[in-house]
Design a protein around this ligand. Structure first.
Ligand code: PLP
Length: 315
């Protein structure tokens, strides 16, 4: 079940709404044009993870598309209301259907997905619609972390310098227009793969449809041991990943060398490990890219365990 809280000046703590009833006008430009922005974050035992980073990125996305959004305090209040209401709904007595959230709560840990959404509002009204939706974490994400992913490279259709040349494409903003990203995932599934890494027209590695890309080297070209993490440069128009950012900070403190792209497909194939990383999925190792194995199963698992432990400390 989903808990819904609208940001509403009349209700400083947010206005609880029934997620099973219609709540958005059919003329809302978020619905008619995908004209809006969002964030997805994880809350553990009622505490939203990396909240400031997500609120900062929401504000940056809003600036990119000239969208007025409520102040950070209003989001924080609505998030507290929504997470508390969702947590209450997961108590064994309340959760008749014993969904995945209830199962996690019974195991002593309460995790939920917190979505922040803001749209340009109904046509002609000049008001932003903003709400928080809280729901259970999909069990499929833990499976991805454990089993790893078969990934295909797919073209995004832009060169890596498009963001600076064409700001109207809103590159690097987390807009509601994710239909292309979802279509890319469906295309990957028809190819028998689990997920996608987008490449630019000039053949650089970008990001996944819902994740950042990370690669590791544990030895250099002459076999000397190193600990090096690399992610594609943000200039390529990708979304700045809050999870990649948190992991880089923790990895630096643990002695890893950090680098920002350019990353080519050959760099991915040459890496000891590659991951798709995001707030809900955390670190999911990439087993194969276009059918070619990345590193070895042992190295992938050892590095995933090491970096997941570092990431857990930051969350
Ligand atoms: C396109 C894209 N890139 C990267 C990410 C990873 O961002 P974060 O780590 O902040 O969840 C996401 C997350 O949904 C995404 O949609």
């Amino acid at each position: 079940m989903t808990t819904l809280v609208f940001l509403d000046p009349v209700h400083p703590a947010g206005r609880l709404a029934d997620a099973a009833s219609p709540a958005i006008l059919a003329t809302d430009q978020g619905v008619t044009r995908g004209d809006g922005i969002f964030e997805s974050l994880l809350a553990v035992d009622g505490v939203p993870r990396k909240l400031q980073a997500h609120l900062d990125r929401l504000a940056a996305s809003a600036r990119t598309m000239d969208l007025a959004i409520p102040a950070a305090e209003s989001w924080e209040a609505a998030i507290s209301t929504a997470v508390a209401a969702w947590t209450d709904s997961q108590t064994p007595a309340a959760a008749d259907d014993a969904g995945p959230g209830a199962a996690a709560a019974a195991a002593g840990e309460t995790q939920c997905v917190v979505k922040l959404i803001a749209t340009r509002g109904p046509e002609g009204a000049n008001t932003t619609t903003a709400w928080v939706a809280v729901s259970a974490v999909s069990p499929a994400l833990a499976v991805q972390r454990q089993k790893g992913l078969a990934v295909v490279l797919l073209e995004r259709g832009y060169d890596s310098d498009i963001a600076a040349r064409a700001p109207w494409l809103l590159m690097g903003a987390k807009t509601l227009s994710y239909a292309v990203n979802m279509a890319a995932l469906r295309h990957a599934h028809t190819l028998g793969a689990d997920d996608v890494i987008f490449t630019s027209g000039d053949e650089l590695v970008l990001e996944g449809p819902t994740s950042s890309v990370l690669l590791a080297h544990i030895s250099d070209d002459s076999g000397v041991p190193v600990k090096r993490l690399i992610t594609p440069h943000l200039d390529t128009g990708i979304l700045p990943g809050t999870t990649q950012g948190a992991l880089f900070a923790a990895a630096k403190a643990a002695g890893w060398e950090l680098g920002y792209g350019p990353v080519t497909p050959a760099d991915l194939l040459d890496a000891d490990a590659v991951w798709l990383i995001s707030s809900l999925r955390l670190l999911a190792p990439v087993n194969t890219i276009d059918g070619a194995e990345i590193g070895t199963a042992e190295i992938r698992k050892a590095l995933t365990d090491e970096l997941s432990a570092l990431l857990a400390k930051t969350l």
